[in-house]
Design a binder for this molecule. Structure first.
Ligand SMILES: Nc1ncnc2c1ncn2[C@@H]1O[C@H](COP(=O)(O)OP(=O)(O)OP(=O)(O)O)[C@@H](O)[C@H]1O
Length: 227
């Protein structure tokens, strides 16, 4: 039977007092690759933020990687984030340290202690995104696409049950977007579950998959037309 990774039932998503999305019913199972699309301002980021605990879920039901979003307390958020890998449009790498140190920083912050295991993990995730040889570089010495690969590697450090990618190709040119997408596809083929917010329709056409759309304060599943 399919294993549920995310389940929202009649959920309502707010930004402070403003209702952004209502009657949200979404199911994501282990191994899925799901797009979240919608025009700017329709609530994609608000949806994502609710999933990683940045916005509280106050209405309806929501379970993500075994965590009840309605019962989520401030102190539970680091634990939830450890089970999620979050990738942002603007990479969010630390510019004052090199790639290896960026990844080491996250491992230390998430409780890793064994130096040899940490080194091994860093090698493994950098290998997955094809960036093993660049671990001594600083973020500003890398192209946008390379920085995003590092951000994906960072998201993989704690073997997340779900990767949330919010416009991961938003700052990249079309060719680089395809390269980053290939990395995400490969990670998905290896069993990772991915939810990706995007407004890059070219990627949707090239890599068709289950698609959710934010529109008129609702989230619908859309059937993609294949060319
Ligand atoms: N911190 C905030 N406080 C109040 N309202 C907000 C806040 N952030 C966003 N909003 C509002 O919530 C609505 C949804 O915004 P959101 O960023 O979720 O949309 P989006 O679909 O991700 O847009 P984009 O594609 O431009 O990133 C917008 O009307 C926006 O003005």
């Amino acid at each position: 039977m399919a294993q549920s990774i995310l389940s929202l039932r009649n959920a309502a998503i707010y930004q402070r007092e403003s209702l952004i999305l209502s009657e949200v019913n979404v199911e994501i199972n282990k191994g899925d690759f799901v797009y979240l699309i919608g025009k700017t301002g329709t609530g994609k980021s608000s949806f994502m933020k609710t999933l990683y605990g940045d916005i509280p879920l106050k209405e309806g039901e929501g379970t993500i990687v075994g965590t009840d979003l309605r019962k989520l307390k401030e102190k539970d958020i680091p634990f939830l984030r450890r089970k999620l890998g979050v990738v942002f449009q603007d990479f969010k790498l630390l510019n004052d340290r090199n790639i290896k140190e960026n990844l080491m920083f996250v491992l230390k912050a998430t409780g890793w202690k064994d130096k040899a295991k940490m080194e091994e993990k860093i090698d493994t995730v950098l290998n997955k995104v094809g960036m093993k040889t660049k671990n001594f570089k600083y973020p500003y010495q890398l192209s946008g696409g390379e920085q995003q690969r590092i951000a994906i590697a960072r998201a993989l450090l704690n073997d997340p049950e779900l990767i949330l990618a919010d416009e991961p190709t938003g700052n990249l040119d079309p060719q680089t977007s395809v390269e980053v997408m290939e990395v995400l596809q490969e990670i998905n083929r290896n069993g990772n579950t991915i939810l990706m917010a995007t407004h890059d329709y070219a990627l949707l056409l090239k890599y068709p998959s289950k698609t959710l759309k934010c529109d008129g304060q609702k989230v619908f599943e859309v059937v993609q037309k294949t060319a």
